[in-house]
Design a protein around this ligand. Sequence first.
Ligand code: NDP
Length: 298
Amino acid sequence: MTAAQIIDGKAFAAGLRERIKTAVPAFVEQANRAPGLAVVLVGDDPASQVYVVSKHKATIAAGMESFEHRLPADTSQADIMALVEQLNADESVDGILVQLPLPDGLDEKAVVMAIDPDKDVDGLHVINAGRLANGEEALTPCTPLGSLMLLKDTLGDLTGLNAVVVGRSILVGKPMAQLLLSENCTVTMAHSRTRDLPEVVRRADIVVAAVGRAEMVKGDWLKDGAVVIDVGINRLAPEPGKQKGRLVGDVATAEALDHVRAITPVPGGVGPMTIAVLLRNTLVAASLRAGYAKPKGL
Ligand code: NDP
């Protein structure tokens, strides 16, 4: 077999961000304002703080307006709901993202359901999940949409291919399966109760692993020539003398390389796509809310 392709998500995401930046001025020209993304961070979870800073920088770099709302960890449910209502009503806000997880004691589902579905750039509202399932225009969760972009860039037309999605979360697995179905794949969803997972995965032309278990999918589970999207981000225990452990995906990449046609690395595969697609969703939400055509090529 020829050498496996390492799918460069970092480069694809940089290209997508450039295309978004190029498309923003047309919106500004028409609407007389920039598209706006509001990010709400409750509490001081260090990982969430890093994500929020990256999102803010990327939003500004794309020529959009970034509104940050940082609330203390002891904020009440009523205060978060009131902020979401305020952002729903604010015409300069096109996208609302509440950074999850919320601190213990807060009802995440109620907060997400309070977001105006047309501003739900994380695609987590049940209305957007329903629109996606019905094949209607929907704001779609960023990680699976970014994964689909990488697949189409690698394979072109996906029609008729067997796709196996391992993991069935609302954030990744379920919308991923819907997106693959809308591209005419034959989709199998696998999860923790699936019988003989290796055999199920072996049938796949496309494997999307979104489990959260370090290197669970082994090389010999993969059909020769399969294309693999590794969504998992798992930190291993630190090696002796090191402070931090290595980041690995849900797929045993070194073994997989002997079998696959192409695979996303961890890090540098799906990860960089998530923020780029968030910017894309914000521009799409802004355009649709204003009654303009959806920007092309995004
Ligand atoms: P969840 O924990 O919500 O879902 C995990 C899924 O994996 C569940 O459906 C579960 O099945 C399934 N699963 C667990 N164990 C097994 C097993 N042994 N065999 C088969 N399936 C199993 O995780 P997420 O979907 O939120 O995230 C998945 C991974 O993706 C994580 O590593 C996360 O860090 C990463 N991630 C990466 C992002 C990025 O930007 N690259 C963004 C979002 C997530 P069941 O339903 O039966 O319990």
